[in-house]
Design a protein around this ligand. Structure first.
Ligand SMILES: Nc1ncnc2c1ncn2[C@@H]1O[C@H](COP(=O)(O)OP(=O)(O)OP(=O)(O)O)[C@@H](O)[C@H]1O
Ligand SMILES: [Mg+2]
Length: 88
């Protein structure tokens, strides 16, 4: 965790506005390496009900298993693992 989170006000405002909308959102955050994408996401979800999951370079099956585990820890319920996840 960083000592002091700097700036990112417009980005956080944008995410908050989208979050407040009454429908699902998919936001793609992209940028150069080490520019602060991950910190932005972590700051945004800090006081929200959120599940943060970072994929690894392991197999899709392994990632999907880890996601399932994370979601079970998060809400006590198991997510249904779709067969199609394994076919990519
Ligand atoms: N708003 C911020 N204020 C202060 N430090 C920050 C901020 N955003 C990121 N940092 C610091 O900059 C470094 C890179 O940040 P981060 O890991 O979020 O970048 P990234 O874009 O996700 O990188 P990568 O492309 O490697 O995944 C980290 O040490 C992080 O603590
Ligand atoms: Mg990152």
């Amino acid at each position: 965790m960083i000592q002091q989170f700097v700036d990112r006000v417009p980005e956080l405002d944008f995410l908050e506005r989208k979050y407040a909308e009454d429908r699902a959102q998919m936001i793609i955050i992209y940028g150069r390496r080490r520019v602060g994408k991950t910190e932005l996401i972590k700051k945004f979800i800090q006081k929200k009900r959120a599940l943060y999951f970072l994929c690894t370079k392991d197999s899709l099956r392994e990632n999907s298993r880890e996601l399932k585990r994370g979601s079970t820890n998060y809400n006590g319920k198991r997510i249904h693992q779709r067969r199609s996840l394994h076919r990519v």
